[in-house]
Design a protein around this ligand. Structure first.
Ligand code: SP5
Ligand code: ZN
Length: 342
């Protein structure tokens, strides 16, 4: 399996995020992608390719154009307003406030286009976001050209980003961009299988009213886990999309025996949908030692996940999402991929 990777991700580093009343160093750090890349090499997963340049047309197929155009302006505006460090919002247009007027002040624009204080901007953030997007599209191109699978080593991740909002370390929804790109290239149906520990609220929101993208999500129950405000089992899609969104919320402490039953059910529903392509939102924050997560998967479980996905027998794009146990992130992510490939 080929991997697409860009070193430009590293400019998005030294971030701070707002967690439980405190500004803390970001868990989503550059070493994550470097350790995965090193493991791709030592495990000889396959060739590592740079991304090809892409303009933002494909991003604007799933995101509001004004949101995408806002992203490169954030850090310059933050600096011009006399601030330094991580650009973060501190106020949001919740129920009872005006969400229809885009403010001018940069700190307010950040609130308008986000749902939490978990998507900081530093100087190199936009370049990293753009490169992550190009990584996803380049890897999609490999699958379209006939490869059985490809690995988009995206950083920053994407699945929390919705049509016009960022959050949870995510800015452009790389998996959603890829799914839409496959449709635009002639696919009739695409499935997105999200195995990250956190519910992919952005992906769900983007495709909620559509039947041409099936979205399946395995995640920590939002009653107690981030992103809290989406991801319940009764969210099944709306209108045309009714029945094409499938959620598997699971409690803290979930081990692989229970998790893999959810995966089995998801794979059966995916196979029945018979998509032309599968996009896997690949998070390994389900790992027992993940510092911000509460599932109990072991390193030896990841190859089994890859094997189950391989059994679908469908062209598959893997898009990197979360995973914060940095020491084992390469073992777990590449373990899943070698399970698929071998
Ligand atoms: C892509 C992805 O995995 N995003 C996850 C964003 C999670 N943000 C919320 C972090 C909450 C951390 N809870 C702190 C517990 C640490 N003791
Ligand atoms: Zn996650």
């Amino acid at each position: 399996m080929k991997t697409v990777y860009s070193p430009l991700h590293a400019g998005h580093g030294g971030t701070m995020e707002l967690v439980a009343g405190a500004l803390v160093p970001g868990f989503e750090m550059p070493s994550r992608a470097e350790i995965i890349r090193a493991r791709v090499e030592t495990e000889k997963l396959g060739e590592i390719l740079p991304p090809q340049p892409h303009d933002l047309t494909a991003a604007k197929r799933v995101h509001a154009p004004n949101y995408i155009d806002f992203l490169p302006t954030v850090y310059p505006a933050w600096e011009a307003s006399g601030r330094a460090g991580s650009a973060l919002p501190f106020t949001w247009p919740t129920r009872g406030l005006r969400g229809d007027v885009v403010p001018e002040a940069i700190e307010a624009r950040l609130g308008h286009y986000s749902f939490d204080g978990g998507a900081p901007f530093v100087k190199g953030t936009w370049e990293a976001v753009k490169s992550s997007y190009e990584v996803a599209l380049t890897a999609s191109g490999l699958v379209k050209a006939g490869e059985r699978s490809a690995f988009a080593l995206c950083r920053p991740p994407g699945h929390h980003a919705g049509d016009a909002f960022m959050g949870g370390y995510c800015y452009i929804n790389n998996a959603a961009v890829a799914a839409q790109w496959f449709l635009d290239q002639g696919a009739a149906r695409v499935s997105i299988l999200d195995v990250d520990y956190h519910h992919g609220n952005g992906t769900q929101q983007i495709f909620y009213c559509r039947s041409d993208v099936q979205v399946l999500n395995l995640h920590g129950d939002p009653k107690n886990e981030y992103p809290f405000f989406l991801g319940h089992a009764d969210e099944k899609g709306e209108g045309e999309g009714d029945g094409f969104n499938i959620n598997y919320p699971m409690p803290f402490g979930t081990t692989f025996d229970v998790w893999s039953e959810a995966l089995e059910d998801a794979c059966r529903k995916l196979a029945a949908y018979a998509p032309d392509v599968v996009v896997v939102s690949l998070g390994v924050d389900t790992f027992e030692k993940d510092p911000i997560s509460q599932f109990k998967l072991k390193s030896s479980d990841y190859p089994a996940i890859g094997r189950r996905i391989a059994k679908l027998g469908l062209p598959t794009l893997f898009v990197m999402e979360g995973g914060y146990a940095v020491d084992e992130i390469g073992i777990n992510a590449v373990g899943l991929l070698t399970g698929f490939a071998n």
